[in-house]
Design a protein around this ligand. Structure first.
Ligand SMILES: Cc1ncc(COP(=O)(O)O)c(C=O)c1O
Length: 412
């Protein structure tokens, strides 16, 4: 037999976060804790189907007017309009002026990808693969790859995390923006920065916007945690809405994976804000072409769940309550972990645990300490020291806090 035509294909390393979960599953130690996974867990350590989602799923199942015909290429109109509305706000002047468009995408990742593909084709010239793309250090690792796969050749980093002060390096960030070539694209985390859990304050966002405007830089927001950061949809959308109010043309990739718990339904939306309706319509017509050759038409179930919920005032209120339940549990785990570490007298300061927001916390544990946690304590977390606060429960908090204490005191 001749060798396989695929014989020269190299094995690609596994995606770190999924590998961590696989290792956790195989671990038979009864004390094991998974702080790696990027999904919400209840205090029993279980995934949570939001009650409002269960209710709407029943409504959809009982609705005989629905069918499985193809959706339009750009997606379910009610979903697109409502998704953009929660990003930009009920009384957004941009929506009233009809200069907002949207594309239903496969998760937040799909929205980033369609946006990236469009920008490579049509932004800053035609097929300009040299436009610099700036991502924060650190960032969600997929940002680099999505823009690279879309064809961009010059992916750069901007300062974000100040490890010494365990907070935002605002000056480093602003300096990078000052020095970036005009028309560079900046990927900005709308809220609950992944992985650091550290966001600019409104005052800092104003400084960022001022530099970006003066230097003609393009903001591409990634909004994967709206509602999750503070428990309030409006508060978590503050930065995006401020940029729109400042007259920016921008993209905002929205994910409904976390705030609706619809991870495997792949519900996302790309909101496009332009100068006027005509510009937005031309952009959408090109995005329609890109979607046609990418997934042709989006899936409907998740989009129907989200659209039905957002369109009904009662269901919308119920959903906000569900989101708050998740956000409040995260906030509680933050304060409980911090108070345990402080009570143990664990060396270092731990105020960052409660000051950071969203699902993740950057603990400051170094790679050796992380290794100790995984190997000796069966507590799984990313090598960067990032933990998912939802992996903590009232039952494992003491064990995790004591283990962090041991790791920090024993391993330098
Ligand atoms: C910052 C960030 N952007 C985008 C996404 C993608 O979300 P989705 O699962 O909807 O593609 C995630 C998910 O972890 C994320 O953390």
């Amino acid at each position: 037999m001749a060798a396989s035509i695929f014989a020269a294909v190299p094995h690609s390393p596994p995606v770190a976060v999924f590998k961590l979960t696989a290792d956790f599953r195989e671990d038979s130690d009864s004390r094991k804790v998974n702080l790696g996974v990027g999904a919400y867990r209840t205090d029993e350590g279980q995934p949570w189907v939001l009650p409002v989602v269960k209710k709407v799923e029943q409504m959809i199942a009982n609705d005989n007017s629905l069918n499985h015909e193809y959706l339009p290429i750009l997606g379910l109109p009610e979903f697109r309009a409502n998704a953009s509305r929660i990003a930009l706000g009920d009384d957004s002047p941009a929506i009233k002026e009809k200069r907002v468009g949207s594309v239903q995408c496969l998760g937040g990742t799909g929205a980033l990808r369609i946006g990236a593909d469009f920008l490579r084709r049509w932004y800053n010239g035609n097929n300009n693969t040299a436009t610099p793309i700036y991502v924060s250090t650190p960032t969600w690792e997929n940002h680099n790859s999505v823009f690279m796969e879309a064809g961009f050749k010059d992916i750069r980093t901007y300062h974000y995390w100040d490890a010494a002060k365990r907070g935002l390096d605002l000056q480093g960030l602003l300096n990078d923006m000052e020095q970036a070539p005009e028309f560079s694209i900046f990927i900005l985390h709308a809220c609950a920065h992944n992985p650091t859990g550290t966001d600019p304050t409104p005052e800092q966002w104003k400084q960022i916007a001022a530099v970006m405007k003066r230097r003609s830089l393009f903001p591409f927001f990634d909004s994967a945690y709206q509602g999750f950061a503070s428990g309030s949809l409006d508060k978590d959308a503050w930065a995006v809405r401020y940029f729109v109010s400042e007259g920016f043309e921008l993209f905002c990739a929205q994910s409904f994976s976390k705030n609706f718990g619809l991870y495997n339904e792949r519900v996302g939306n790309l909101t496009v804000v332009g100068k006027d309706a005509d510009n937005v319509q031309r952009v959408l017509s090109q995005m329609e072409k890109i979607v046609r050759t990418t997934w042709s038409n989006p899936p409907s179930q998740g989009a129907r769940i989200v659209a039905t919920t957002l369109a009904s005032p009662q269901l919308f209120d119920e959903w906000k309550g569900n989101v708050k339940t998740m956000a409040d549990r995260v906030l509680l785990m933050r304060s409980e972990l911090r108070s345990r570490l402080e009570a143990l007298g664990t060396p270092g300061t731990w105020n960052h645990i409660t000051e950071q927001i969203g699902m993740f916390s950057f603990t400051g544990l170094n790679p050796k300490q992380v290794e100790y946690m995984v190997k000796e304590k069966h507590i799984y977390l990313m090598a960067s020291g990032r933990i998912n606060m939802c992996g903590l429960t009232t039952k494992n908090l003491d064990y995790v806090a004591k283990s962090i204490h041991e790791a920090v005191t024993k391993i330098q």
